[in-house]
Design a protein around this ligand. Structure first.
Ligand code: NDP
Length: 450
């Protein structure tokens, strides 16, 4: 590593000692930038890396709401506006009890690079709350979303910051958030949130975009390495928005999905999972994945056990798609996956693989589609939603899907071309980081010391 990168990493660690996830995300990026940073002394002269790892702004706020028993609950809300040099801040909202400043900062930091890779004019941001939507009634969800927006509304806008969904925030939550924003502002500003319902300014194919985009990216990655999806066995961690639509597209390409999971455990169905049943369980009924066994008693269910490898990664597969959460795959899990024959991993989730596991995959020739690039289809289609809102017009599903496919193919090409240029082989992780960094750093340089 160059001295400059080392010193910035050391300072970042000192300043953010309690922010494990944020430091992990920063280390993963900075450690790959050596070949670029060493070529130009202006990075150091303008303290570009120090500026890059410091958010432009972090907003935290109180979110009080009343539960169904009339009891007042208080959660903490966040919005991290990390880097606006190439466009308005853009990134989802996550509602999950694990949410804290470190997780918000890691997600917003990742988002800067992801958004740059899409080629669209969007900066990096992220937000959310430690609110747990699980087991809450619709009325409680609405009450929470309204209170959250009462504060968030003063910090967002279609030219300023445009939130969307993430874990725990889907169409229902975006609807309540948008309604409250519209009421407070007394204006229909469709471009302020994305992931909206189709009836009020949403984009066709946004719901499918992250999962479909992941598979489009992987299709290109496999093609470049003389492989494809046909007849391959696939396991998927998660059964939420990203997991479901990645499953749908990979099945369309001739693969067989045999396992999917939620945070409690995984189902395994060796004849191939019935995705319509998963959609009913997860999207409509909002139940646990174990419910699948009621219709398919011959399928198996494996419960996750504290401190052990998540069950879904113990199943033999050719391709693994982590689409649940961060740090799902550590070194021990990666070793088992390689032993079980996994030759490609597609990161639908953000940072699902830790640094040791990434290095192990790369050393063992596993084709790794990195989150920043491979799951960028969601935010890219969000930007297409903003575009349609500005035009006060809409595109058909096929039109949006075709644009998404083109964007994902271009992202893979950027990762591969960069990896080739720097002699990095199949290290598309470094390829993605470098390609994105070049764009963001050029914009930051052009705009002076701000
Ligand atoms: P959802 O809330 O729709 O689904 C999340 C899934 O992950 C659920 O199956 C959930 O299980 C599981 N999960 C969540 N937390 C954990 C945990 N701590 N351990 C194990 N499983 C867990 O979210 P999304 O599908 O939208 O998001 C999934 C991932 O994809 C996240 O990393 C997100 O940041 C990333 N992403 C999402 C995008 C989008 O457009 N939605 C865009 C780009 C990235 P359970 O129900 O038991 O909690």
């Amino acid at each position: 590593m160059s001295n400059y990168i080392e010193s910035v990493l050391a300072k970042t660690k000192e300043k953010n000692a309690n922010e494990k996830e944020f430091l992990q995300a920063v280390s993963e990026v900075l450690e790959t930038l050596k070949p670029v940073v060493e070529r130009d002394e202006n990075y150091e002269k303008t303290a570009l890396l120090e500026r890059l790892v410091e958010p432009e702004r972090i907003i935290t706020f109180r979110v009080p709401w009343v539960d169904d028993n009339g009891k007042v609950q208080v959660n903490r809300g966040f919005r991290v506006q990390f880097n606006g040099s190439i466009g308005p801040y853009k990134g989802g909202l996550r509602f999950h009890p694990s949410v804290n400043q470190s997780i918000m900062k890691f997600l917003a930091f990742e988002q800067i690079f992801k958004n740059a890779l899409t080629g669209l004019p969007i900066g990096g941001g992220k937000g959310g709350s430690d609110f747990d939507p699980k087991g809450k009634s619709d009325r409680e969800i609405m009450s929470f979303c309204q209170s959250f927006m009462n504060e968030l509304q003063r910090h967002i806008g279609h030219n300023l910051d445009v939130p969307a969904g993430d874990i725990g925030v889907g169409a229902r939550e975006i609807g309540y958030l948008f309604g409250q924003y519209r009421k407070i502002r007394n204006a229909f500003e469709a471009g302020v949130l994305t992931g909206k319902g189709l009836e009020y300014g949403g984009s066709l194919a946004r719901k499918e975009a992250t999962g479909f985009g992941l598979i489009y990216y992987m299709r290109e990655m496999l093609k470049a390495n003389n492989k494809n999806f046909e007849g391959k066995v696939v396991t998927i961690s998660g059964s939420g928005n990203v997991a479901i639509y990645a499953a749908q597209k990979v099945m369309e390409y001739g693969a067989k999905v045999v396992a999917m999971s939620d945070s409690n455990g995984c189902i395994y169905d060796d004849i191939g999972i019935d995705l319509e049943e998963i959609k009913r369980i997860k999207e409509v009924e909002r139940l646990r994945i174990k419910e699948y066994l009621k219709k398919y008693p011959k399928a198996q269910y494996f419960e996750n056990k504290e401190g052990e490898i998540p069950a879904v990664y113990t199943i033999k597969a050719d391709i693994s798609l982590p689409c649940a959460t961060q740090n799902d795959i550590n070194l021990e899990t990666a070793q088992l996956m390689v032993k079980n024959g996994v030759f490609a991993v597609g990161e639908g989730a953000n940072m699902p693989t830790d640094i040791e596991a990434i290095n192990y995959f790369l050393k063992n020739g596993v084709l790794l589609a990195p989150a920043k690039a491979a799951n960028a289809g969601g935010v890219a289609t969000s930007a297409l939603e903003m575009c349609q809102n500005s035009m006060r017009y809409f595109w058909t599903f096929e039109e949006v899907d075709k644009k998404l496919d083109g964007i994902m193919s271009n992202i893979f090409k950027a990762c591969k071309d960069t990896a080739d240029e720097y002699g990095l082989g199949i290290n598309y992780v470094a390829g993605a980081n470098i390609a994105a960094f070049k764009k963001v750093s050029a914009a930051m340089m052009a705009q002076g010391i701000i």
